[in-house]
Write a protein that binds this ligand. Structure first.
Ligand code: 6DK
Ligand code: ZN
Length: 370
């Protein structure tokens, strides 16, 4: 069993600056300069834990390359690409579209490397060079829409990779699970009319984008029924997530019979994340990964590739990320997560009735997947 792993130092050099996006530093308003929430720390420290834990020795290292115009334009409009290029050509850089998503001069090159990184990881899986893969890339991608960068995202990395392996390797049916705590609006929008791409997003109800990811968003036209959204209430922990997986994600994937499973893997539903109010610990990320491996083994020869998204606690993201990578690689003696007893031992993390009532609303939609 081989697990691909992709990281590059340049991902840490994607410059989001000291303007927290929503709140530009301004001493007159008492707003102190600080790093943008989406900075290099969580990613860099996750990579360092992969190395220091020794798990790196169990992985097949993959190298990113820059996504081409053709690959990006399979998902984005020429106007979007031109806007990013224009910002990238400015001496101080630009923004991907919504004012929350800054990048530095030449920033498009790192955006291309992130998208191309996910293409490489997904291609390695599809070609059977590795069984599964994790692309620890930055900037993230799941909020980026065909014509608009949003929510810290420049290009729709996962969607670009999905379209790339369709074109180059004839992959047809692709299931996407997005477990980032924010709604995967960008991926959903790319595949809104597509019955060959099932998109499932588990997210905290109406955080970001503030108005999207409701249960009644289900796709349109031929794609109706192939978008699923489970907007979990704040305070959802292990019980609610495993219930959503077992009652929605697993049966949806079973009915869909994908040729490939892709995951938008954010770690911002962890119990210590500053941008959300959920309660996951590393053991739940590990167990979700094991369930996906089992589904992939049953339906698509184990083909599973993950694309890193959000996660903003630099202390805890590395443990959650390592648990996923250990599970992918079949590590039988995982590193002990020192925070698991504190974060996972809190009351209320078991399944709650108000979480079940959200999941209950989505379960009948499984009948429309063919
Ligand atoms: N802003 C991400 O983790 C990015 O999904 C998350 C972006 C969240 C921004 C914070 C937020 C609001 C809320 C309401 C109105 C406007 C802005 F893409 C990833 F990096 F993965 O809640
Ligand atoms: Zn997120």
């Amino acid at each position: 069993m081989a697990t691909g792993y992709l990281y590059h130092e340049l991902f840490g050099w994607h410059d989001t600056g000291t303007n927290a996006g929503l709140f530009p530093a301004d001493h007159r308003m008492g707003i102190q300069p600080f790093q943008h929430f989406e900075n290099a720390e969580t990613k860099r420290r996750m990579h360092e834990l992969v190395v220091v834990s020794g798990v790196i020795d169990r992985l097949t290292r993959l190298e990113p390359r820059k996504a081409t115009d053709e690959e990006i334009l399979a998902v984005h409009t020429p106007e979007h690409l031109a806007r990013i290029q224009a910002g990238s050509d400015q001496p101080k850089g630009g923004d991907s579209g919504d004012g929350l998503s800054p990048f530095g001069p030449g920033g498009i090159e790192i955006g291309r490397l992130a998208a191309g990184g996910m293409i490489e990881a997904t291609t390695a899986v599809v070609e059977g060079r590795v069984d599964n893969a994790y692309a620890l890339i930055r900037p993230p991608g799941h909020h980026a829409e065909p014509d608009l960068g949003r929510g810290f995202c420049m290009f729709a990395n996962l969607a670009i990779a999905a379209q790339a392996v369709r074109r180059t390797h004839g992959v047809e049916r692709i299931a996407v699970l997005d477990w980032d705590v924010h709604h995967g609006n960008g991926t959903q929008k790319v595949f809104w009319n597509d019955p060959h791409t099932l998109t499932i997003s588990l997210h905290q109800d109406r955080v970001f984008p503030p108005d999207s990811g409701l249960v009644d968003e289900r796709g349109e036209g031929a794609g109706f029924g192939y978008a699923l959204n489970v907007p979990l209430p704040p305070g959802t922990g292990r019980g609610g997530y495993l219930s959503a997986f077992d009652r929605v994600v697993a049966p949806a994937i079973e009915r869909f019979r994908p040729d490939l499973i892709l995951v938008a893997s954010g770690f911002d539903a962890n119990a210590a994340d500053p941008l959300s109010r959920q309660g996951l610990t590393s053991s739940t990320y590990r167990d979700l990964t094991q369930r996906l491996l089992d589904l992939a083994a049953t339906h698509c020869d184990g083909r599973l590739a993950m694309s890193h998204e959000g996660g903003y606690n630099p202390v805890y993201v590395p443990f959650c990320g390592l648990a996923v990578i250990e599970a992918l690689a079949g590590v039988t003696e995982p590193l002990t997560d020192p925070y698991e007893p504190i974060f996972g031992g809190m009351a209320g993390l078991e399944l709650q009735p108000h979480q079940t009532s959200v999941i209950d609303q989505v379960v009948p939609f499984l009948d429309d997947i063919h």
